[in-house]
Write a protein that binds this ligand. Sequence first.
Ligand SMILES: Nc1nc2c(c(=O)[nH]1)N[C@H]1C(S)=C(S)[C@@H](COP(=O)(O)O)O[C@H]1N2
Ligand SMILES: [Mo]
Length: 264
Amino acid sequence: MKNPFNKKNKGPKKPLTIDQKINRRNFISFGTFFIASGVAYGGWKWLYNSPEETATVTAGARKPLRRALNQTELAFRRVFSNNNLVKTYPKEMAAKNVRHNEDIGNEGKIDAVAWKLQVRKKSGEILSISMDDIKALPKTDIVYDFKCVEGWDQISHWGGVSFVDFIKHFKLDDQTDLQYVGLETPDKEYYVGIDMPSAMHPQTLLAYEVNEKPLPPKHGAPLRLIIPVKYGIKNLKRIGSMTFSDKRPRDYWAEQGYDYYSGL
Ligand SMILES: Nc1nc2c(c(=O)[nH]1)N[C@H]1C(S)=C(S)[C@@H](COP(=O)(O)O)O[C@H]1N2
Ligand SMILES: [Mo]
């Protein structure tokens, strides 16, 4: 029976020869490749020619890229919950040789006895907190997979006071109505801004131990931030000061074009 939908209807179709089949496949794959490359090149060119964002708290990224980063942040913040815990591991799985990365603002000697954490409240009032004050609080440990944006990760074991316990003890509860916490090294060379929900995540620590021993200088003695819901860049070593604000605090890597939120 003739197929009424086949307009040309020249009888049975001649099967393609092997050579014809190969030619056709080559044509399709190369065609797809050229179109895809064109689209990719066009997209890249568009991004490349877009103006750079106005330098504020964030800088160094093309405007459309920063818009995308900020949109991603909004999407992630909507699903962020302090009930979602980062996966933890038994302490036997923690690395004995803990990786060490950059030390901006964490160079040179620091006197841990003279050191004081400067906490500036929104009223302008400043609390000076010593390591003894901090160590008097209950200690919390965490063993989790620390992730650096440079592409490495490592299961490591940290100990210190949970950020939530710290806030409660020093009666900073009203400060947590603000949207951000800012942390800076004593010399102000390295600084990060953390959104309040992430700072108040139950696994966020002000850490003074690694593998149950005092933090060595290279890991941020006497006190560093360990924030498992963020990439390594936000885990500021050698904390000098802490501030609270509704505006995004300045952030070292966000000024270089990185994502401000840097969540995991
Ligand atoms: N003061 C300070 N803190 C910092 C950094 C830095 O350069 N200076 N680098 C960050 C980055 S990119 C990473 S991955 C971690 C590395 O911490 P570690 O050296 O203890 O492994 O520290 C973070 N905190
Ligand atoms: Mo990093």
